[in-house]
Design a protein around this ligand. Structure first.
Ligand SMILES: NC(=O)c1ccc[n+]([C@@H]2O[C@H](COP(=O)([O-])OP(=O)(O)OC[C@H]3O[C@@H](n4cnc5c(N)ncnc54)[C@H](O)[C@@H]3O)[C@@H](O)[C@H]2O)c1
Length: 376
């Protein structure tokens, strides 16, 4: 199946977990790619899976993963609560499927190491859904940083501030299913893209806070209180010598809905640049003693190379996410590693765990050594 898949005109893909992100990102992304068939879907929520099957015109829908894998698929996408990632990845790899899995890749560093090693040994393609790498402004920012346009990077700041309110937020608020709170939800993406821009993190110091109990649902029903953090901030030092300050929080009044604040500002020796998610087709650039000016993202950075997506169709804050599916499918067809792969999922987990330790022990924590991924 695997060898066939690499050359097949038609890739048969299964979706595991058809909740929020699957409907908003994975299904629309994959279904736009010629030669991709969403062959089967599964979710233990029987009502949800049958309504998605009807809406998407998928004939095979299941409430259990074994039935989905028995369809003889080429690849799967896993978009379930975080505690389900490892068992589903392992089952999919054992069935010979390439895997795109949501973030955070696993529940701990040791788990993500085991996941990565098994996936790498399988010879199958593996990808972590670090979606923000695909924002057009991020594509362009990466280019400016790596071609030296900003000069040597001295320092940077990354902020993700939202207002989710104080009601319960489902599985995301329980350590047993989520592993981490805001750090694993919003922070881990930014750990990943900051390493993509600035290189490897050397060490961190941090503070995390649980600010509210979230012991009531939006319709007023009592529920067990959360046991994860709502807010996290950390300071990171990079191998390059750069320093970055991060802050993420779900209880930032004035930052929602729709006005969510997602910023990455980089200060180099030549100039500075600002990426803002909600203006995905532009960057702000400023030189010495010049105020920031708007710079449109050049057309070659608006999509990933070869992507069938029209960057001017739909809401650009949402549609860039479809290029993630294009990367996964392209890597399968070209028999090359996905970028980002499970290696990047493991690497981000290593930094996240260091943030947790730094907060717990109130000290700087070095990131454990992780060998570089094989190339080619
Ligand atoms: N990359 C991104 O930008 C992004 C955005 C949102 C969520 N996520 C990640 O995606 C994952 C899902 O988040 P969501 O917001 O879609 O959650 P969700 O609760 O909306 O959907 C999760 C679905 O998984 C199903 N599920 C649970 N156990 C399952 C199993 N064993 N097999 C198959 N399905 C199962 C649930 O019934 C539910 O329908 C999480 O890991 C989250 O961190 C990533």
């Amino acid at each position: 199946m695997t060898q066939l898949a690499a050359n097949a005109d038609n890739l048969r893909i299964g979706l595991m977990g058809v909740g929020g992100v699957c409907a908003a990102v994975h299904y629309p992304g994959l279904s736009r790619i010629p030669g991709v068939t969403i062959q089967a879907i599964c979710d233990p929520n029987a009502e949800l899976v049958s309504s998605r099957a009807a809406e998407w015109g998928v004939s095979s829908s299941f409430t259990n993963v074994g039935d989905l894998l028995a369809e003889g698929l080429d690849a799967v996408v896993i978009a379930t609560p975080n505690d389900q990632h490892r068992p589903l990845i392992e089952a999919a790899l054992d069935a010979g499927c390439h895997v795109l899995c949501e973030k955070p890749l696993g529940m701990s560093l040791s788990e993500t190491i085991a996941i990565y090693e098994k996936a790498e040994a399988s010879g199958l393609r593996h990808m972590t859904a670090f979606t923000y790498r695909f924002v057009p402004a991020m594509n362009y920012l990466r280019h400016l940083v790596h071609t030296g346009v900003l000069g040597e990077i001295r320092h940077a700041r990354v902020q993700r501030l939202q207002d989710w309110g104080e009601d319960a937020i489902g599985w995301r608020q329980y350590r047993q299913q989520a592993g981490l709170g805001e750090l694993g939800d919003m922070g881990i993406h930014r750990i990943d893209y900051a390493e993509d821009l600035l290189g490897k993190t050397l060490s961190v110091c941090a503070r995390m806070k649980q600010l509210v109990p979230r012991d009531q649902t939006a319709d007023g029903q009592p529920c067990p209180p959360q046991d994860v953090e709502d807010w996290v901030a950390w300071l990171a030092e990079y191998e390059s010598g750069a320093t970055c300050v991060f802050e993420m929080g779900k209880l930032s009044k004035g930052r929602g809905p729709g006005g969510d604040h997602d910023l990455c500002e980089i200060n180099g020796t030549v100039s500075s640049a600002i990426y803002h998610l909600h203006e995905p087709h532009q960057l702000l650039l400023g030189g010495r003693q010049q105020p920031y000016r708007v710079v449109p993202v050049p057309s070659e950075f608006l999509t990933r190379e070869g992507s069938p997506r029209d960057p001017h169709a739909g809401d650009p804050v949402r549609t860039f996410r479809y290029d993630q599916a294009w990367e996964f499918v392209s890597a399968i067809r070209e028999s090359r590693p996905c970028l980002p792969s499970f290696w990047h999922g493991m690497r981000a987990q290593a930094v996240a765990e260091a943030v947790v330790l730094a907060d717990r022990d109130r000290r700087w924590v070095d990131i454990p050594q992780i060998p570089d991924p094989p190339t080619g």
